[in-house]
Design a binder for this molecule. Structure first.
Ligand code: PEP
Ligand code: NA
Ligand code: MN
Length: 634
C-alpha cells in the first residue's frame, strides 16, 4: 500500500484511495443526485467507487490506520470491527415507510394499540426532518459514491442502486454484499436507479481530529424509505441492517413495493437446491424469523446418504413468473451478513469454511492467536487461548461462568460479512440471470408446543393464512424483561421488512394465483424446535432436517404419504425417512389437542382485532372460519 496512507488527514483520504472513475464520468442522472447531496452534506470531497481490488485494499488499510478495524493475523484477509455499544442492531422503532398516506404503509391498529406492523411518517415531514440532520453532516469526511447491483449484472430481474455514504466500513461491506463498481455504472447508463443516502451523522469541526473508530449518532438514528420515489435515507447508524442499504432497505422494503407494482414477490427467504439420490434436483425457498436457523438451512449438510444441498441465497429471494408459469427465484445479494454466534463445525460447517478468509467480522471476540471467538465456538477453541471480548475486555476466558453468561464474549448479534462465492456448497446456477424454479415454499418458526414438525397447506389461500399466522418464540436477545420467552407474531417472517401495508401485501400474494397459467409452488410449514416436557428439543435438527425436506419434495411429486388434519396435511406414520437416526418421539412431534388449536386461533383473533381490525382480507376471514370449523369437528 502507498506510504502516503500513513498521513491520513481527512482531506487526503480521497487522494490516497485509487479509483478509475471521476465525477465527470457519471451518467447525468447519477451526477445530479450526487451534486445535490454533496452540496447539502458538505463533505471534503467525493470518491466514486470503481470496486477494484486496489480501491478495496486502500480502504481496508485506511480503516486499519484509523483504528476502525483490526487485521486478524490467523485468518487470511480477515478483519475485526467493534462498533459502539449503542449501535449493534437494526432499530425498528426508528425505521419508517414514508408513503403519501398512513394506510399505504401499514394497517391501522385498534384504538390505543401500537402497530407492530411498521411505522409511518408523512414524506414531506420526514424530508424536512432529515434535511436538517443531513445539512453539513459530512463536514470533514469523504462522501463515497457506491454504484451497486442487486442480482446478477445483466439479469432482467436485477435492479441498480446508488448509495452515497460517509462510512468506509459501509463501502468495504457493500463490496462483499453486492455487485459493486464501474461495471454497474456501465450497465446503468441513463437508466433509473434506487437513490440511497447514508451518513453516520458525525460531522467534524474544522481541524478536529478524526479519531473516533466508530462514529455514530444513536439518538438521531432514522431509516426512512420513500417507496413511491424509490428512495432511502439513513442517518446516525453504521450497523449493517441500518447502513448497508442494498439489503433490508432496498432488496426487501423498496423491492416489495416494486414487486407489488410489477407482479412479483420480494421475500425474506433463503433459496436452496436439493438433489436426491436418484439425481433429481428441486429448489425450495424458505421464510423464518431471525435466529431460527435460516442461514444454517441454506448451508445444510444433509445426513441422508446420497443427497446434495446447494446454496443460492441465505436471506432474500426475488421471485418472478417464468414463461412456464412457475416462480423463478434469484438471490439479489452477493454476500452473507450472517449472525456469528452459534455458528460452529456442527451447526454449520459450510459457513465455517466460508468465513475462514476474506471476511469482515463485527462485534465478535478476539483470540490471543489472532483469530475469532463467539459463543458456540467452545469446541473449536483451545482452552489455553486468551479471549478479548467484543467490548475489549481482556482475559474474558478467566471470568466465572455466571459472569461469562451475563457478559458474552461476542455480542449476540455479532456478524460475519463474506462473499457468497466462498460457500463450499454454492449452487452452479446461483448467478443464473433467469433464476431457478421454486418447487416448494416453507414457512417456519420456533414453536416449543402445538405446531408439528411439518404440515402441507391445503391451497394457495390457506398458505397465505399460514404465512399470516407465522409466530416464533423470542430468542434470548429479544426476551422480555423477566427473561421469559414469549411467542411473537412475525407474519411471513417479514414483520420488520414490509415496504407497504401488510393487508395489501396479502392481497398481492393472492393475486399471484390469478395470473393466467400460474403454476405456484406447494407451501409447507416446518418447526424444528418442538420441545419435550423437560424443555429439550425432540427433533435433532441441522443436517437431519433433510429428512423433512425429502418428505416435502416427495409430496411435490404427488406421493401418497400425507394425511388430513385440521392444521394441514401431515406425514402418514412411517413416511419420513428415519434410516440411521436414533429413537425420536415422532408421536410427540406431531401431537396437538383440540384445546391447543382453539388457543392458537383465539390468540390469532386477538392479534387480528388489535393490529388490523376490519382490514383482514375477506378470503383470510374465510380461511379463519374454515380452520375453526375443522377444529370444532375434532
Ligand atoms: C441485519 O440486521 O443486518 C440483518 C441481516 O438482519 P437479520 O439477520 O435479522 O435478517
Ligand atoms: Na439485527
Ligand atoms: Mn434476514
Amino acid at each position: 500500500h502507498p506510504s502516503a496512507l500513513l498521513s491520513f488527514s481527512l482531506s487526503r483520504d480521497i487522494m490516497s484511495i485509487p479509483s478509475s472513475l471521476t465525477l465527470d464520468s457519471l451518467p447525468s442522472g447519477v451526477r445530479s443526485f450526487v451534486d445535490k447531496w454533496s452540496e447539502h452534506c458538505t463533505p471534503e470531497g467525493v470518491h466514486v467507487c470503481d470496486g477494484s481490488d486496489e480501491e478495496d485494499g486502500a480502504l481496508l488499510q485506511l480503516l486499519v490506520e484509523k483504528g476502525s478495524i483490526t487485521p486478524l493475523s490467523k485468518l487470511e484477509d480477515c478483519f475485526l470491527c467493534r462498533t459502539k455499544k449503542a449501535d449493534v442492531a437494526r432499530v425498528e422503532r426508528r425505521t419508517f415507510i414514508c408513503s403519501p398516506t398512513r394506510g399505504g404503509a401499514k394497517p391501522t391498529p385498534s384504538e390505543g394499540i401500537k402497530s407492530k406492523l411498521g411505522h409511518w411518517m408523512q414524506p414531506d415531514e420526514m424530508d424536512a426532518l432529515l434535511d436538517k440532520d443531513f445539512a453539513g453532516c459530512m463536514k470533514g469526511r469523504t462522501m463515497y459514491l457506491i454504484p451497486y447491483c442487486m442480482g446478477p449484472l445483466g439479469s432482467d430481474i436485477s435492479k441498480i442502486g446508488i448509495q452515497l455514504t460517509d462510512s468506509a466500513y459501509v463501502v468495504v461491506c457493500m463490496r462483499k454484499m453486492t455487485r459493486m463498481g464501474a461495471s454497474v455504472l456501465q450497465a446503468l447508463g441513463e437508466g433509473d436507479f434506487v437513490r440511497c443516502l447514508h451518513s453516520v451523522g458525525v460531522p467534524l469541526a474544522p481541524g478536529a481530529p478524526d479519531n473516533d473508530p466508530w462514529p455514530c449518532n444513536p439518538e438521531k438514528i432514522t431509516i426512512a424509505h420513500f417507496p413511491q420515489r424509490r428512495e432511502i435515507k439513513s442517518f446516525g447508524s453504521g450497523y449493517g441492517g441500518n447502513s448497508l442499504l442494498g439489503k433490508k432497505c432496498f432488496a426487501l422494503r423498496i423491492a416489495s413495493t416494486i414487486a407489488r407494482d410489477e407482479g412479483w414477490l420480494a421475500e425474506h427467504m433463503l433459496i436452496l437446491g436439493l438433489t436426491n439420490p436418484q439425481g433429481v434436483k428441486k429448489y425450495i425457498a424458505a421464510a423464518f424469523p431471525s435466529q431460527c436457523g435460516k442461514t444454517n438451512l441454506a448451508m445444510i449438510t444433509p445426513t441422508l446418504p446420497g443427497w446434495k444441498a446447494e446454496l443460492i441465497g441465505d436471506d432474500i429471494a426475488w421471485m418472478r413468473f417464468g414463461p412456464d408459469g412457475r416462480l423463478w427465484a434469484i438471490n439479489p445479494e452477493n454476500g452473507l451478513f450472517g449472525v456469528a454466534t452459534g455458528t460452529n463445525m456442527k451447526s454449520n460447517p459450510n459457513a465455517m469454511k466460508a468465513v475462514s478468509k476474506n471476511t469482515i467480522y463485527t462485534n465478535v471476540a478476539l483470540t490471543s492467536d489472532g483469530g475469532v471467538f463467539w459463543e458456540g465456538l467452545e469446541d473449536e477453541t483451545p482452552p489455553k487461548l486468551g479471549i478479548t471480548s467484543w467490548l475489549g475486555v481482556e482475559g474474558w476466558e478467566k471470568l466465572p461462568a455466571a459472569e461469562k453468561k451475563a457478559n458474552p464474549a461476542a455480542h449476540p448479534n455479532s456478524r460475519f460479512c463474506t462473499p457468497t462465492v466462498q460457500c463450499p456448497n454454492l449452487d452452479p446456477d446461483w448467478e443464473n440471470p433467469s433464476g431457478v424454479p421454486i418447487d416448494a415454499i416453507l414457512f417456519g418458526g420456533r414453536r416449543p408446543k402445538t405446531i408439528p414438525l411439518v404440515f402441507e397447506t391445503f391451497s394457495w389461500e390457506h398458505a397465505i393464512y399460514v404465512g399470516l399466522c407465522l409466530r416464533s418464540q423470542s430468542t434470548s436477545a429479544a426476551a422480555d424483561h423477566k427473561g421469559k420467552k414469549i411467542i411473537l407474531n412475525d407474519p411471513f417472517a417479514m414483520r420488520p421488512f414490509f415496504g407497504y401495508n401488510f393487508c395489501q401485501y396479502m392481497e398481492h400474494w393472492r393475486e399471484m394465483k390469478q395470473r393466467p397459467g400460474a403454476k405456484l409452488p406447494k407451501v409447507f410449514h416446518v418447526n424444528w424446535f418442538r420441545e419435550d416436557a423437560e424443555g429439550h428439543f425432540i427433533w435433532p435438527g441441522f443436517g437431519d432436517n433433510c429428512r423433512v425436506i425429502d418428505w416435502i419434495l416427495r409430496r411435490c411429486d404427488g406421493e401418497d404419504i400425507a394425511q388430513e388434519t385440521p392444521l394441514g396435511l401431515t406425514p402418514k406414520p412411517g413416511t419420513i425417512d428415519m434410516e440411521g437416526l436414533g429413537p425420536v418421539d415422532m408421536e410427540h412431534l406431531f401431537d396437538f389437542s383440540k384445546a391447543d388449536l382453539e388457543q392458537e386461533t383465539a390468540e390469532m383473533e386477538v392479534y387480528f382485532s388489535e393490529q388490523m381490525p376490519g382490514q383482514l382480507p375477506d378470503f383470510l376471514q374465510q380461511e379463519l372460519q374454515s380452520f375453526k370449523g375443522r377444529i370444532a369437528a375434532m
